[in-house]
Design a protein around this ligand. Sequence first.
Ligand code: PLP
Length: 314
Amino acid sequence: MEPLDRSTIWPYREGEPGDFYYQRYAHPTGVAAERALGELEGGEALLFPSGSGAITALVLGLLEPGQTIALAGGGYYGTALLFEELARWGIRHEEFDQTGPPPDGVDLVWLEAPSNPFLTMPDFEAAARHPARVVVDSTAATPVYLRPLEHDADFVLHSATKYLGGHSDVLLGAVVCGAAEDAERLGAFRGRTGIVAAPDPCWLLLRSLKTLRVRMERITATAQELAERLRGHPAVSEVRYPGFSGLLSFDVDDPHKVETSLGRIENATSLGGIESVLESRARWEGDRVPPGLLRLSVGLEDADELWADLEQAL
Ligand code: PLP
């Protein structure tokens, strides 16, 4: 493994700063993790202290007051809340249906692939035809199933807290840039604003990326199986699953009963860890989601054990 270097300073050599001199600008563990993620996505990665920190840095680094973001409707609730906060700095947003073309006149198109928790996929071709730059939040897909830069996106966004970190033990975010000059500009903005990931989380990401593919393949096989069985269950009215990765949602009459009847599956928030978690999203999102919507993040447990738990809870 790459050694974990927590230094905040490195000595100048012969009176000149080298590649590393002050941790806020760059540190070896971060650079190694960025290289590994950049190779997976086919671009230049920059790491941030959380997915939300990455969104904040990207929007503030890219946009001016008075500009507008077209945001995929039905995507991560926290992104819409964050953009509402940024309205005080003159950045506006409007939601649109990402399965069709983005609205005219916006300055940035923000897609989510697949959206959390509605699990829709964007129309990448329609977004690429739009003159504005395109960001794809690819948290739930991971580069194992989607490389948005190959679909003409300009930036990929990750909450690396989820599948990339993968073990529910690291809060981290990433932006992967298709163009070197964008990475340079955003990297300079990150260094000045200090919205930068520390060495320890970067080291955990490096560890986790080594198992990303094998985790995702196993998680997908189990999620496909559970989606199929949920579709056949009489207590389930709708199942949303794009066919890959481990995030799915389904509707029941009494979500609280299901949440509190589970044994193997934890009733907890977030997604992308090796342990399966389930929660009612109306708790957080109110009437933005159907009242009975349950979101399930499938982990690495045995598929039959997970189904037995779901079945008895249903
Ligand atoms: N994007 C998506 C799709 C998410 O699900 C989340 C968190 O749930 C975020 C971004 C924000 O990431 P973080 O919690 O690491 O700030």
